[in-house]
Design a protein around this ligand. Structure first.
Ligand SMILES: O=C(O)C(=O)CO
Length: 333
């Protein structure tokens, strides 16, 4: 299809803060509408579902730039010309796959381009949890530094066993980044052995073995029915007393009540989370009372370059879908 023929196709971008690089790709081919569904202004984040519902009728593509669920109501409003939903994220648990599938709407995501940035945050969480940043930052804020020789001591990465649950793009990038830290052994688990593991010196094992042996357990799997709350009182009970749990996947991979108990009772040493349920985590959530929990507000992919790369890839998937080419990163091709 020539640009002339595609210009009358409408593409809806779900927020008003989408990177210019992605918008440019879309504007070259299509008429771009931007919802302020997630409206970022001086007053902070505002949701405006009405605006999204008002703008979607007649659109051929929807570019989704948040982790909010895509409702059946929105798809109903769109009309039968909606060909593709392109989510600017690697995870697509929010995208209502069964509904899209039933309606024959394509779905794409943005894997790979964010693996490095998310892996950097996995390393940051490992350091933050192992070296007790929550307590230590509190000391800086209060001016009451604990200067004892053996007081607020942390855990070493050097010589440790690091277990990666899900050796996909993010898991592999995490291992690569940690390889300068003199890790003793890398373990990983998942559905099957990964050919990439050999070069990374990572050993395939069962989930139980990984939990039994690892000093650091890193969650880097997508959220599915199978992985929902895979970290719970039973699996936490299999972890070492000095173990540190890291989550860069989705909050629902972890039963947070069970995690609270395990951290409170010092059944495990610490945890570092970039993802929680819900998000934002309310500031009075009991998890935030724990000194041995280090939390970040879902910033895994939040760098200038990575968000731009995600925006361009999400836009290019739409261009392909609406010009009869295969999706670059299909979930539903
Ligand atoms: O891409 C994702 O799925 C993330 O959570 C990071 O933004």
């Amino acid at each position: 299809l020539s640009t002339k023929m595609t210009k009358n196709l409408k593409v809806l971008v779900s927020s008003n803060d989408f990177p210019e690089s992605g918008l440019e790709v879309l504007k070259e081919h299509f008429t771009v509408l931007q919802s302020r569904y997630l409206h970022f202004g001086e007053e902070g984040v505002r949701e405006n579902k009405e605006e999204l519902l008002n703008l979607i009728p007649g659109c051929s593509a929807l570019l989704w730039s948040s982790h909010h669920p895509i409702s059946k109501e929105l798809l109903d409003k769109a009309g039968p010309q909606l060909k593709i939903v392109s989510t600017a994220s690697a995870g697509y648990n929010h995208a209502n796959v069964p509904e899209l599938k039933a309606r024959g709407i394509k779905l794409s995501n943005t894997p790979n381009v964010l693996s490095s940035a998310v892996a950097e945050i996995a390393v940051a969480l490992i350091l933050g949890a192992a070296r007790r940043f929550t307590e230590n930052l509190e000391q800086v804020k209060s001016g009451q530094w604990d200067i004892g020789f053996t007081k607020t001591l942390g855990q070493d990465i050097r010589g440790s066993t690091v277990g990666i649950i899900g050796l996909g793009g993010i898991g592999q990038a995490t291992v690569k980044r940690l390889s300068g830290f003199e890790v003793g052994k890398f373990l990983y688990t998942g559905h099957r052995e990964k050919p990439e593991a050999k070069a990374l010196n990572a050993e395939f094992t069962s989930l139980d073995n990984l939990l039994n042996q690892s000093d650091f357990v890193v969650l880097a799997v997508p959220l599915t029915d199978e992985t929902n709350r895979m970290i719970n009182s039973t699996t936490l009970g299999k972890m070492k007393k000095n173990a540190i749990l890291i989550n860069v996947g989705r909050g629902d991979l972890v039963d947070q009540d069970a995690l609270y108990d395990a951290l409170k009772n010092k059944q495990i040493y610490a945890a570092g989370l970039d993802v929680t349920t819900p998000e934002p985590l309310p500031k009075d959530n009991k998890l935030l009372t724990l000194p041995n929990l280090f939390v970040l507000p879902h910033i895994g992919s939040a760098t200038v370059r990575t968000r731009s790369d995600m925006a361009v890839l999400a836009a290019e998937n739409i261009v392909n879908a609406l010009t009869g080419k295969p999706l670059l990163t299909p979930v539903l091709p």
